[in-house]
Design a protein around this ligand. Structure first.
Ligand code: PLP
Length: 361
């Protein structure tokens, strides 16, 4: 069976090379006579897998020594609680609400302290990133929280907010490893891996060492303390071992193709193809202000819900899958993560052009 072009926002397309390699190793990983799925997480081969995965991620992102890398579970959503539980020493945090995921994190944090919404783009259906150069940062804020790439709405912080010296926490679930970043700008940078890195079930948390302390909110479960996982090198309990193994393969693949500078160039090229088309189309249009456009998630509409549905149906029949926009916004969304080949985007645009020619009244 041939593969389709999968524009899903997550779980999402993974590099074919990685999947093939994993398939080859399914019954016998590296002469062990077993699959990584069947392997003890305390075994030598797995220790090598997790150690190499961490080192490759460190190399790719140039992660300084005073940051720890944790491979956790619970999805990105569990971080919505773990972050306040571990970081709210003064009981105060500032949130910038730029979409549903940031909003969920903001709402969750309210269970643990005083949480301020210091900026939002909800007034225009989250179609832009608010000006974050001079925000009313709370004097005693324990951290400032952002969702760096808004998967549903297709916006991205092109510049990080000025946190006036406060710790920055970023949900980078849908942009991690899409471009080089300066890790030193963050206190915590975390991501559910199921978009740009690997199979669902793994969360990567990159956390500055001094933020890992015993001083957490009373009642914080052992499993929700960063210290538990940092002390145990992500092996406090059984980790999502197979997922970590696939993430490790994706890190190797990224290194092989030239690292984050090369993938950024590739991602920009792909995004340009689709945005250039949208900017001149008389039928389709993008929904986000140009300067805040995501290079990972591209939402677009025709302005007519029936026509949108017809496009999605025709695209699906032609092998372009998961183009329906998020259930909360409608329209279409093409997620074009690292592993989406440029031909996928070129062919999608060709299909849109054809659809426009047939349907433009
Ligand atoms: N944050 C962002 C930016 C997301 O796109 C998503 C999921 O799509 C989440 C958080 C929630 O992730 P999870 O389902 O792993 O909890």
């Amino acid at each position: 069976m041939s593969r389709v072009y999968n524009f899903s926002a997550g779980p999402a397309v993974l590099p074919e090379e990685v999947l093939k390699e994993a398939a080859n190793e399914m019954l016998n990983y590296n002469g062990t006579g077993m699959s990584v799925m069947e392997m003890s997480h305390r075994s030598k081969p797995f220790e090598e897998i997790i150690t190499n995965a961490e080192q490759d991620l460190r190399d790719l992102m140039n992660i300084p020594d005073n940051y720890r890398v944790l491979f956790l579970q619970g999805g990105a959503s569990l971080q919505f609680s773990m972050i306040p539980m571990n970081l709210m020493k003064n009981g105060v945090a500032d949130y910038i609400v730029t979409g549903q995921w940031a909003k969920k994190a903001y709402q969750e944090a309210q269970k643990y302290g005083k949480v301020n919404k210091i900026a939002s783009s909800e007034d225009k259906t989250f179609s832009y990133i608010p000006d974050c150069s001079d925000l009313p940062i709370s004097e005693n804020a324990d951290y400032v929280y952002i969702c760096e790439n808004n998967t549903i709405y297709g916006t991205k912080f092109k510049n990080l907010p000025n946190t006036k010296g406060k710790i920055l926490v970023s949900d980078a679930s849908s942009c991690i490893l899409s471009e080089p970043v300066d890790v030193t700008k963050y206190g915590i940078l975390y991501a559910g891996v199921q978009k740009n890195v690997g199979p669902a079930g793994v969360v990567i948390v990159i956390i500055r060492e001094d933020l890992i302390t015993e001083d957490v909110l009373p009642g914080t479960p052992t499993m929700m303390r960063y210290k538990t996982h940092a002390d145990a090198k992500s092996l406090y309990n059984t980790p999502p071992a197979y997922g970590i193994y696939i993430c490790g393969k994706v890190f190797k693949w990224l290194k092989k193709i030239g690292g984050l500078t090369a993938i950024k160039e590739y991602n920009e090229k792909k995004a340009k193809i689709i945005y250039d088309f949208l900017d001149q189309s008389q039928l389709f249009k993008g929904t986000v202000v140009k300067e805040d456009r995501s290079f990972m998630n591209v939402p677009f509409i025709t302005g007519d819900a029936d026509l949108d549905a017809q496009f999605v149906t025709e695209a699906t029949a032609a092998g372009f899958m998961n183009l329906k926009g998020h259930r909360t916004v409608g329209g279409m969304r093409a997620s074009i993560y690292n592993a989406m080949p440029i031909e996928g985007v070129e062919k999608l645009v060709a299909l849109m052009r054809e659809f426009e020619a047939k349907n433009l009244k």
